[in-house]
Design a protein around this ligand. Structure first.
Ligand code: ADP
Ligand code: MG
Length: 705
């Protein structure tokens, strides 16, 4: 966060209290080499030494508290990995257990029964009891109250560091004099004055001092605000800069005509009225494709929101302007489904839709590729096979990518290269809603369209949570639905570590189902990951034709499958699925005009997170809301669609907690870049220098959409 200056780039070895041995440790354990690194290693939290919490009130899980009480007793329990030291402290309000799994001997030698201690630690819950693991203990009599330093910073540490005296106390012995003697002129302010005034930020020197040793809560907040803002701000600045540069420089085909293909389809073939959201999104796409710049647009829409028709209309627009379109799907089944529905939709038009997958026979493929080269195919649907070099278009103008998270960056680059003079416009379709906050930090350089409205007449899926106890009711319900002519999915989770275990789960479940749904009255099909693609497809087809009543499967049906008559989904061990996955799965039902159901089966006991996931599913069908909860539960690194990002390792900033700061940072970055795209004005010199100094060598990923 600082512009390098000679003082700040000094080696930590020469800082008072460090020396070569400790310097080596800090380097190896935490990657701290320079004074700057040391200053940038912000406290992870603070101990407020003035505040003692009564034990009876120390009940919020995960919170750091300080309690004061008599050490009643302690003893070593368990063996091997379960070996632990358990102690009991109590004050006037109650008692609390303390546990150590490490450094047991040392603790035993240093603790005294009957003595009063000040205990600092994090409250956790175990078997409905509140306790603390590895708290810091200090004899109450020894504890001096530092009259003016109430906040003690706590830094990252490791076992090695703790052992060598670089625990909280040791680190403070170094940090306190360093901060106290920090030379003001070592810092050069880089944020423009007006920006600092607007947000009431302290200057960089004061911010640094206050983040390490705040005098009070207010100072801490002021310092944190600036740091969090900066973390977001510089990311946004780069993303938006990238985006603007691309907008300015990347030429694209101009689709100016709305011609016969589009109009004929719209007026004579469209089987329904477009929803308002579909119309809006289509306008956005049309506008993009008319600007002369390459479109890079992400089309987000929940499952069933009707992305396909939008894609087709965009493809027809391309055709009206003399260009071909490629549509990439992640699996054979999906490619096939797209091919079928697109062929059907354009029936009676002189519009040639074709499919190319890994299974296309050689002779057929040869002919297909020839037709493609001479422009006799207008829309080519396919899988990865489309990316091969031998697939040459006469002139491709639009590439549509379905279910984007299955495609890597390199693959997308291959598509770009298929354009002869210019890269095709790119429309990425995703059914995985990404929370806006995450969006701003990961796809901030893409244009986004959202279909936030479902086609009319859909009955919202009803989601129920049932425990094993109600199994027979569920079976009865399934029978009723089958009697009404509906079909049912029964899904088992897939755990990657143990495929055989899954299979066992699934097979047991299947056997059990057979006893409830005997042949020949009922037909049950099975699909799982161990089957060959051919076998899978056959089973899917039987189900799709209505030959089987129930399809038992692992999560292989997750993506895109469209069988409107399947109105019930039973998800076994639903607690073992992630939220995004549950939502995707549920999207397989509710595709026809029937009332659909999703039944989440679990055991009686559920962990906190599992409970939240299940409750969320029962409460809402809104993919964006679900994505927000998912983000809150798992953190930004794990949310589907952004796994590869790894770019979200902020020090202080939190996408959920600091949403409003993110918004302000993004707005500010936008305003600055609109006014001064290359950051050339005097007041932005600091920002520019910062960007260059900090990220010269860092590979910038945002270039590729
Ligand atoms: P997804 O966004 O999940 O890809 P699809 O494009 O497969 O959704 O559309 C889901 C279903 O909704 C399809 O059967 C489609 O024909 C239908 N559909 C799409 N748009 C509309 C609309 N505006 N009115 C009625 N039905 C629609
Ligand atoms: Mg789809």
């Amino acid at each position: 966060m600082f512009i390098p200056g000679s003082y700040l780039t000094g080696k930590i070895e020469f800082v008072k209290g460090i020396g070569p041995a400790k310097a080596g440790l800090l380097q190896n354990e935490l990657g701290i080499y320079l004074i700057e690194d040391l200053l940038l290693d912000f406290p992870i939290r603070y101990l407020d030494r003035t505040k003692i919490t009564p034990i009876a009130e120390a009940k919020s899980e995960g919170e750091y508290v300080q309690v004061k009480g008599i050490l009643k007793d302690f003893r070593v329990m368990g063996q091997g990995r379960g070996r632990r030291l358990v102690a009991l402290v109590s004050d006037d309000t109650g008692g609390m257990e303390l546990v150590w799994f490490k450094s047991i001997e040392w603790m035993v030698n240093h603790l005294t029964r009957g003595m009063e201690y000040v205990v600092n630690g994090r409250v956790s819950r175990f078997r409905n009891q509140y306790n603390m693991a590895h708290p810091e203990m200090e004899a109450a009599s020894k504890k001096k109250t530092d009259s003016f330093q109430t906040f003690i910073p706590v830094y990252r540490s490791t076992e090695k560091l703790t052992k060598r005296g670089l625990d909280t106390k040791g680190r403070n012995r170094i940090m306190k004099p360093l901060i106290a003697e920090l030379p003001r002129d070592a810092f050069k302010e880089y944020l423009p004055d007006e920006l600092r005034q607007k947000f009431r930020f302290a200057d960089i020197y004061e911010t640094t001092r206050m983040i390490h040793y705040p005098m009070n809560q207010k100072q801490l907040r002021i310092a944190e605000n600036r740091i969090i803002f900066e973390e977001f701000f510089f990311v946004q600045l780069r993303l938006i800069k990238q985006y603007l540069t691309r907008k300015r420089d990347l030429k694209g085909h101009v689709f100016e005509t709305v011609g016969d293909y589009f109009m004929t389809f719209y007026e004579e073939h469209l089987p329904f009225e477009l929803t308002g959201a579909q119309k809006r999104v289509l306008r956005e796409i049309r506008r993009d494709m008319g600007t002369g710049k390459q479109m890079n647009r992400l089309l987000q829409g929940d499952v069933g929101s009707g992305k396909t028709i939008v894609a087709l209309l965009a493809a027809l627009l391309a055709r009206d302007n003399g260009f071909q379109t490629a549509l990439l799907a992640p699996t054979e089944i999906l490619a096939q489904q797209h091919f079928e529905s697109l062929t059907q939709l354009t029936e009676g038009m002189k519009y040639q839709v074709a499919i190319l997958t890994g299974k296309t026979k050689t002779a057929e493929r040869k002919e297909l590729l020839r037709m493609l080269r001479i422009g006799a195919i207008d829309l080519l649907v396919g899988t990865h096979a489309l990316l091969e070099d031998r697939v040459q278009f006469e002139e491709i103008g639009l590439a549509i990518i379905d279910e984007q998270h299955r495609f890597g960056v390199a693959q997308r680059a291959k598509l770009w290269k298929k354009g002869k003079r210019l890269p095709p416009h790119v429309l990425v379709m995703s059914a995985t809603p990404i929370p806006r906050t995450l969006h701003m930090t990961t796809y901030g350089d893409l244009d986004v369209s959202v279909i936030d409205e479902l086609p009319p007449g859909r009955k919202p899926i009803r989601t129920l949570h049932k425990t094993e106890f109600y199994r027979s009711d569920v079976i009865k319900f399934m029978k009723q639905e089958i009697a009404k002519g509906r079909q049912i999915y029964v899904v088992y989770p897939l755990i990657e570590e143990s495929e055989s275990l899954d299979l066992e789960d699934l097979n047991n479940g299947y056997e059990k189902l057979l006893t409830f749904f005997p042949r020949p009255d009922y037909q049950i099909g099975v699909v799982h990951g161990r089957m060959t693609p051919d076998e899978k497809e056959k089973e899917m087809e039987r189900f799709s034709r209505g030959t089987t009543h129930i399809l038992v499967s692992t999560t292989v049906i997750e993506v895109g499958v469209n069988i409107p008559n399947a109105a019930v989904m039973v998800i076994e061990n639903a607690n073992r699925f992630g939220l995004a996955q549950l939502h995707q799965l549920r999207g397989r039902v509710g595709r026809g005009s029937y009332q659909s159901y999703c039944i989440l089966m679990t055991g009686n006991k559920l962990g906190d997170d599992a409970r939240t996931r299940i409750d969320t599913m029962v409460r809402t069908n809104d993919g964006f809301e679900i994505a927000e909860v998912d983000l809150a539960l798992r953190g930004p690194g794990k949310v589907q669609g952004t796994e590869q990002s790894g770019r979200l390792n902020f020090r202080k900033a939190d996408l959920i907690e600091h949403k409003h700061i993110l918004k302000a940072a993004r707005e500010t970055a936008k305003i600055i870049l609109e006014e001064d795209p290359d950051l050339e004005s005097d007041k932005h010199r600091g920002i520019k220098a910062y960007l260059e100094a900090r990220h010269k060598s860092a590979e910038w990923w945002g270039r590729i959409s």
